[in-house]
Design a protein around this ligand. Structure first.
Ligand SMILES: [Zn+2]
Ligand SMILES: [Zn+2]
Ligand SMILES: [Zn+2]
Length: 755
């Protein structure tokens, strides 16, 4: 006989881990006990050596779907003659180091019951079990137990209590366990928040949607605004009320065959759609899709998700697809509290389908797309948060505050990084409040006191100012593109120095200029700038970000000097506007210089006639990528490489002149776009090749928002692959500023170790 103590860390609480261990122990025939504790789960098992080995093997191979083990340690103990196996209650004494699970889509077993007329939870919109349901969004404190969730409001009925206490039940210790007798209930309210006397709120809601009304629907992490996706009038009204002209809306469809009616789906996209996290997946829209064109104007892609709550399944039975967009006015955070929702959305929603289970933590839907054969998250939020990212090594506890526009923050503990849910644009006051609350809440759940604060080098970012208020902690200011580089390296568990191709919108450079087309060499301890795109003026500053035509004029002046070529859109501009802009450029008035690749995309999009003004961030670059599809094009516009002050400078002047020549020869936007993308991928390869000769380093990390572009990323990977580089790209951490805090955290951690 032997006895062993097993200490397990990872996602092992709130995911059915203890009942799984109990059932396994009974099946295999070992005695002992299991309990949750502050670090995860502790098990003691007693039995014959071979049986213990079998228990250990199956423990690791047959984990419940939401569980994962990040560390397992074994320790021999003297046998004590125990005969049975028990589940002990949570030890709530010490600091909670256990990981809380993310929210999960409703599982197949629960779905079967949902649609089974004989089941006591038939059509009950809050059905869940140990393997599925809300988690992070309902947790108020640790340890993860019902009194510390928003389900504390609902005492269980005897039947639910019986399941909860029965180790043989699939609802054993399912903290959100509920049924129609004892659990949350739906309620339908009008636009003023007055309760509507609907006998079946769900049926009344589907009637409203079928009649073209806009209904705010409470979900897992917040409210959605729902409308029938085929109804032009309803969509036009939603865009008008929400103040959103062109930014695409996401869809929800009942199942895969339904999704296939709107969009093309390959095997990897299918896996991403069906994953337990249920993100919105960007898919190629079918030409014959039965959708209103107002779902995603000027866009060949459509963002689709499958239902993830039981309520969604019940709603989607009635519609081919619903638009399900975050319930907010543009730039505001998604509404998640009932009173706030009815207040803020009164002018947008015709009705509210709400319920009385509180949402503790607001989380938006995650967004992903498939690139180079794997998933890439563009927004990491519901379903993924608060799952930890494994770091290559242990480091001091850091709070990293991210950037400003696609704000997230990151907390580290040991060798784990906890990247927060998407928070949004901090310039909005409510978003900023949500940022501060989110930091407090996650610190509480992780029982963490950060030792170091990391923030962006930009002194005016609100996240940097927040750091400035934390006066008791040492602060580390991190250069924006260095953080992107290390974010990508950390996600790939790389510590050795690598080259970084960091292309994004704008980030504050070490020289005080606006960087964004950078070739770096570095690791967590530091970086060197080895090259960049040539500086171009941004006439009008921020206005140039909203009006790509300004960047196009700057690019033309850069390539041609005073004699600008004749282009239709240029001659169509009011002469006074153009004259003023050229004066600003010539005199350097309100025209900060930038090496941004995002601004170069803007210039090309405007030159190619794709877009002169944008209504949301990244729109011009996105549309430039979209127009190029439709056939292989091998032609490329060449850039020129120069050396200035020991830096390689990539000059777009010859590229711009070649593009203008094509344009004057009647080249279509799709052709111009393809040749631009091809030339950019080519010059990335050329620069990396030169830097490898110079530095002797053959590892390249690709990061920054520009690498959300599928065509550019795949083409660059192909070229760098042929040149025998090892290339690292993002996957579950976004390449845009949503992933920045991870890099900041690792850099500050390394600084803390050195200090
Ligand atoms: Zn379930
Ligand atoms: Zn019940
Ligand atoms: Zn950035």
């Amino acid at each position: 006989m032997q006895r062993k103590r097993l200490e397990i860390e990872g996602i092992v609480q709130g995911v059915g881990f203890r009942p799984f261990v109990y059932q396994l122990a009974c099946r295999v025939g070992v005695a002992g006990w299991v309990r949750n504790d502050s670090r995860g789960v502790t098990i003691e098992v007693e039995g014959e050596g071979a049986i213990l080995a079998e228990f250990l093997r199956q423990l690791q191979e047959q984990l419940p779907p939401l569980a994962s083990i990040s560390r397992l340690s074994e320790q021999p103990l003297p046998p004590c003659g125990e005969r049975d196996f028990h589940i002990h209650h949570s030890a709530s004494d010490s600091a909670a180091l256990a990981q809380i699970a993310p929210d999960s889509h409703v599982c197949a077993d629960c779905l079967r019951e949902l649609f089974d007329p004989a089941d006591r939870r038939y059509r009950y919109p809050f059905i869940n079990c140990t393997n599925c349901g809300p988690r992070y969004t309902i947790v108020t404190a640790i340890p993860y137990d019902r009194p510390f969730t928003t389900m504390a409001d609902f005492p269980m009925c005897p039947a639910c209590q019986g399941e909860y206490a029965d180790p043989g039940s699939r609802r054993f210790h399912a903290q959100p366990n509920a049924c129609p007798e004892c659990g949350p209930q739906l309620a339908l309210r009008d636009s003023q928040g007055q309760l509507l006397a609907a006998e079946v709120p769900l049926a009344a809601t589907t009637d409203l949607l079928a009649a073209g009304q806009i209904v705010a629907i409470k979900g897992l992490g917040g409210y959605h605004l729902a409308v029938d996706a085929a109804n032009d009038t309803a969509l036009a009204e939603l865009r008008r009320r929400k103040g959103r002209d062109e930014k695409p809306f996401a869809l929800m469809a009942f199942d895969l065959p339904m999704v296939a009616r709107f969009a093309e789906i390959d095997a990897i996209e299918q896996r991403l759609l069906e994953s337990p996290e249920r993100p919105i997946v960007l898919l190629r829209r079918r030409a014959d899709a039965p959708l209103s064109p107002l779902v995603a104007p000027h866009n060949r892609y459509v963002g689709v998700m499958l239902p993830y709550t039981p309520l969604h399944y019940l709603l989607l039975q009635q519609f081919p697809a619903l638009v399900m967009t975050s319930a907010n006015l543009s730039d505001e955070p998604i509404a998640f509290e009932d009173a706030d929702a009815t207040g803020r959305l009164a002018q947008i929603a015709d009705a509210f389908l709400s319920h009385n289970r509180r949402i503790q933590t607001r989380t938006d839907d995650s967004i992903g797309r498939v690139m180079a054969g794997r998933a890439l998250l563009l927004r990491r939020s519901r379903g993924f948060v608060p799952r930890a990212v494994a770091l290559p090594k242990e480091q001091p506890a850091v709070l990293a505050l991210g950037a400003e526009l696609k704000s997230t923050f990151c907390l580290t503990r040991g060798d784990r990084a906890f990247l927060s849910q998407h928070i949004g644009d901090l310039k909005n006051q409510q978003v900023y409040a949500s940022f501060a609350e989110g930091i407090e809440h996650l610190q509480g759940l992780l029982q963490l006191q950060p030792q170091i604060v990391a923030h962006d080098l930009h002194p005016d970012y609100l996240s940097s100012r927040y750091a400035g208020e934390l006066t008791k902690l040492p602060r580390v200011a991190v250069q924006h593109h260095h953080a992107h580089l290390v974010s990508c390296m950390a996600e790939n568990c790389v510590t050795a120095p690598a080259l970084g191709v960091i292309f994004d919108g704008l980030g504050y450079g070490s020289d005080g200029r606006l960087w964004g087309g950078e070739f770096l060499l570095g690791d967590a301890r530091g970086f060197q700038r080895l090259g960049h795109l040539a500086y171009l003026p941004m006439p009008g500053g921020d206005a140039a970000t909203r009006e790509p035509w300004r960047m196009a004029v700057a690019a033309l002046v850069h390539a041609y000097g005073d004699d600008l070529p004749q282009l239709p859109w240029l001659t169509a501009l009011p002469a006074a506007d153009l004259r003023l802009l050229r004066q600003m450029i010539a005199k350097g008035l309100n025209s900060p210089l930038t090496s941004s690749c995002g601004r170069l995309f803007d210039a090309v999009a405007a030159l190619a006639g794709v877009r002169q003004k944008v209504s949301y961030e990244g729109q011009a670059a996105l549309e430039l990528e979209i127009v190029l599809e439709g056939g292989p094009e091998a032609g490329e516009y060449l850039f020129e490489l120069q050396t200035q002050d020991d830096l390689l400078v990539v000059d777009p002047a010859p590229m711009i002149r070649a593009l203008v020549a094509d344009l004057q020869g009647g080249g279509a936007p799709g052709l111009l776009s393809a040749r631009f993308h091809n030339g950019l991928a080519r010059v990335i390869g050329q620069v990396c090749d030169r830097l490898r000769q110079q530095q002797g380093i053959a590892a390249v990390a690709l990061s920054g928002g520009v690498f959300q572009n599928r065509y550019l990323t795949e083409r660059t990977l192909e070229i760098l692959g042929k040149l025998n580089f090892s290339v690292y790209t993002h996957s579950l951490v976004p390449p845009n500023d949503g992933g920045l805090a991870l890099g900041q955290a690792v850099i500050a951690g390394a600084a803390g170790v050195q200090a």
